[in-house]
Design a protein around this ligand. Structure first.
Ligand SMILES: [Zn+2]
Length: 298
């Protein structure tokens, strides 16, 4: 069932493969943008519909991870929510999806993954860092280095220590990785993972959030992580997002990101964007819009 959602993009010599865990999930835009209702979509309906909003004005969201294969490396960019979790939202509790099977069917053996890049450490991005085997959480990618920002780790660890739900998954999804010595801290402004892949500090959603830039043979792509959650934010990047730990910083980062990547030449892959997930940012009056066909000028 889920295999139909697997999709790949070629960026020069790099292949990016999308593995979807939860597809096209409708939710109230007011969750993301405080006090917003369906009317916020009206001026942007021509480019948001039908991929990113429903006819009755809900935003569509998706939970997905990306495998990145370069000529020499096999990586995961985030790892979704995971099976068997006891989490904070009913919809994500004790999920039983075919995520790992889909990954293998896409030609990626977890044992061959040499790097896991965590855009940030929220539960819905690190779930498959580990899997439950005989009642014990063990690293899903035993031969990988797991890269995450040290500030990010400190922030989420602190939240765990004070009992905030944002850190509740660390014992299951992060500690087994660290206990196995598989983690590597990175720090701002970022980290060049290999010739083609770079983690870039984009704070706001969380303290050490990173976007993932991919460049090969003159072609470019970026995986956003959660620096934004829905394409409507291209039209209003300055508007504070409710999911951001630091909404002021999040808006700053989003505005800089949009301005930097609006040349129509870089493919933008939204970590929570529903299908087709990838597109290009182009200017639209005083703001921007997101198009799913490559602009002619690029
Ligand atoms: Zn997320």
């Amino acid at each position: 069932m889920a295999l139909k959602d697997v999709k790949s993009w070629q960026v020069g010599d790099v292949r990016i493969t999308r593995i979807v865990e939860v597809a096209s999930y409708p939710a109230d835009i007011g969750m993301l943008l405080k006090d917003a209702g369906p009317e916020i979509f009206a001026p942007h309906k021509d480019w948001l519909s039908p991929h990113f909003i429903t006819d009755d004005g809900q935003m569509l969201m998706q939970w997905q991870a990306f495998a990145v294969q370069t000529p020499t490396r096999t990586m995961m960019i985030d790892t979704c929510i995971g099976n068997d979790r006891k989490l904070y939202f009913d919809v994500f509790n004790d999920m039983q999806t075919s995520f790992l099977e889909d990954l293998k069917a896409s030609g990626i053996d977890p044992d061959d993954v040499d790097t896991v890049c965590c855009t940030h450490l929220h539960y819905d991005h690190v779930g498959w860092n580990t899997k439950l085997v005989d009642g014990k959480w063990v690293p899903t990618f035993p031969n990988a280095r797991y890269l995450f920002d040290e500030t990010e780790y400190q922030e989420i660890r602190h939240l765990q220590e004070i009992g905030d739900w944002h850190g509740g998954h660390l014992p299951d999804a992060i500690d087994p990785v660290m206990d196995a010595g598989l983690h590597q801290f990175i720090s701002a402004p970022g980290y060049q993972v290999c010739d083609e892949v770079r983690m870039e500090h984009t704070p706001g959603h969380t303290a050490g959030h990173c976007a993932i830039y991919i460049e090969s043979q003159g072609e470019r792509a970026v995986i956003t992580g959660d620096l934004l959650h829905h394409p409507v934010q291209f039209a209003m990047p300055q508007r504070h997002g409710s999911f951001d730990h630091d909404p002021v910083k999040g808006a700053e980062t989003r505005q800089a990101f949009v301005a930097q990547n609006a040349d129509g030449a870089i493919m933008v892959i939204g970590s929570h964007f529903s299908d087709p997930t990838a597109g290009w940012i182009i200017p639209d009056g005083d703001a921007w819009r997101f198009v799913t066909e490559r602009p002619n000028a690029a």
